[in-house]
Design a protein around this ligand. Structure first.
Ligand SMILES: Cc1cc2nc3c(=O)[nH]c(=O)nc-3n(C[C@H](O)[C@H](O)[C@H](O)COP(=O)(O)O)c2cc1C
Length: 446
């Protein structure tokens, strides 16, 4: 029998109005998608029809109206557990990833919420553990300042230990609900946690039965050394954001290389960069859409942030001037090369580079092209071990997603690198992870 090729993991990173800052201004772009239950339901159902691994919802704990021109989707949005509980009822297979910021939460609360979502979805819930990069959150939680990186990650690590322990406080067989014997619960299979650590004292047990998956898959998405350490120890999947294949490969090697310190295998952690696919039925159609989107960006064309990024001062240039000599900066040469690929031509102007920088400011991989061209880049990153899959960020909704599902997914399936059916029904199944034994049950048997 022919061995099956390694398979991609694909998920939707939901930006209600699309990843592109002007996605909502297209004539066909939805402006209120992430608030409309019908739209959300249809989106999750079409992802499931395409056999996507997951639907992912980011979250931040602060906002301001000045985000409207760059991050309109993230300025206001629904709370993740509320939205995902609703979607759990409208779907059957797709993984549902909720972001939870540990810095401003209590583990007992989060253990309840994650376990509840896992029951409601029959084993499809997952937690994206973030410590928060928006320092303004402190002011919304009665604190004067956001903790530094070290404290945030110390706290997060203990937080994960407590949540993970609470999930195990009820064994799978702890609720026999035996009518004849009058035995609803088995006290021998219910355990206190009695955690006493640096930040938390939690007695347990949890007041929700063990999650269907036992332990929910954990996701992390930080870039700092501490975040990578957290990923190596606990994560099942790590999200990244880079448009440089060599950087993605270096991260892939580095983070997977650290797994053995924790007795884990490289395949235990999936690495998923973000992908922004501007897809067309032809290459020309895709480029026309990219240009149409860019022309709708609301901006004062401040060239300072771009100049800072490139290390070359562009502030004195006319927007429609050809790009000057950028050879003094490798970064600038690289960004210009990426922008040339996106535009599909060599003779770029300062304006073209400005747009490319503005729309990819979060650093995800933007590809403009036909389905074959987009699939080529996906396959190349996948085969060259820069990625185990992608966190797909459609540039506008719903058309940007629809074209990806209609044109790119079948192409990936034809190439034998993406599933044509789900093998199981839980998110752990999609990731190829077995259900872990309960730590307390092991103690009893040992
Ligand atoms: C794809 C992706 C998604 C992310 N989603 C969130 C999010 O929803 N909320 C959040 O606070 N941070 C999010 N982050 C940011 C990271 O969690 C982290 O705070 C940031 O990368 C800085 O990492 P560091 O503090 O480890 O340096 C995301 C990062 C990436 C790459």
């Amino acid at each position: 029998m022919k061995a099956q090729r390694r398979q991609l993991h694909l998920g939707l990173f939901l930006f209600g109005t699309g990843y592109h800052p002007a996605g909502w201004r297209l004539p066909e772009g939805r402006t209120d998608g992430a608030y409309d239950p019908q739209f959300l339901k249809e989106t999750a159902q079409k992802l499931e029809k395409a056999h996507f691994d997951f639907f992912f919802l980011g979250d931040r704990l602060a906002t301001s109206v000045d985000m409207q021109h760059l991050f309109p989707s993230q300025m206001t949005r629904l709370e993740p557990f509320t939205m995902l509980s609703y979607l759990a009822a409208a779907t059957e297979k797709i993984g549902l990833i909720a972001t939870v910021n540990t810095t401003y939460a209590e583990p007992y609360h989060i253990a309840r919420m994650t376990a509840s979502l896992d029951h409601l979805s029959k084993g499809r819930a997952s937690w994206n553990v973030v410590t928060g990069s928006d320092t303004r959150a402190a002011l919304n939680f009665s604190r004067e300042k956001h903790w530094d990186n070290a404290k945030r990650y110390d706290y997060a690590e203990e937080f994960i230990e407590v949540v993970s322990g609470l999930w195990d406080t009820w064994e799978d067989e702890s609720l026999p609900r035996d009518k004849a014997a009058g035995r609803f619960a088995d006290p021998d299979r219910v355990h206190d946690l009695n955690h006493h650590g640096e930040h938390f004292s939690v007695a347990g047990p949890l007041n929700v039965a063990r999650p269907v998956q036992g332990q929910l898959p954990l996701i992390t998405a930080g870039t700092s050394a501490r975040s990578q350490g957290l990923a190596a120890k606990y994560s099942d999947m790590v999200f990244t954001g880079t448009n440089v294949k060599e950087t993605a490969q270096a991260f892939y090697r580095e983070v997977k290389g650290r797994l053995k310190e924790h007795g884990r295998q490289p395949s235990d952690l999936k690495v998923l960069p973000g992908l922004v696919p501007v897809v067309g039925r032809t290459e020309e159609e895709a480029r026309a859409k990219y240009n149409e989107l860019n022309a709708l960006v609301v901006t004062d064309f401040n060239l300072q942030p771009l100049s800072d990024k490139l290390g070359i001062d562009l502030t004195g240039y006319e927007l429609d001037a050809p790009l000057p000599d950028l050879s003094a900066s490798q970064t600038a040469l690289h960004w210009a090369e990426l922008a040339r690929k996106a535009n599909g031509r060599e003779d770029l102007t300062v304006r073209d580079l400005f747009y490319f920088f503005t729309v990819t400011v979060r650093g995800h991989l933007l590809i403009v092209g036909s389905a074959g061209q987009v699939a080529d880049v996906i396959e190349e990153w996948f085969e060259d071990e820069a990625a185990d899959g992608f966190n797909v960020c459609p540039p506008y909704m719903p058309g940007g997603l629809d074209l990806f599902l209609e044109l790119v997914v079948p192409e990936l399936q034809r190439r034998g690198i993406f599933r044509t059916a789900y093998d199981g029904s839980t998110f752990r199944d999609h990731l190829g992870l077995a259900k872990p034994a309960n730590r307390f049950a092991l103690q009893l048997k040992g």
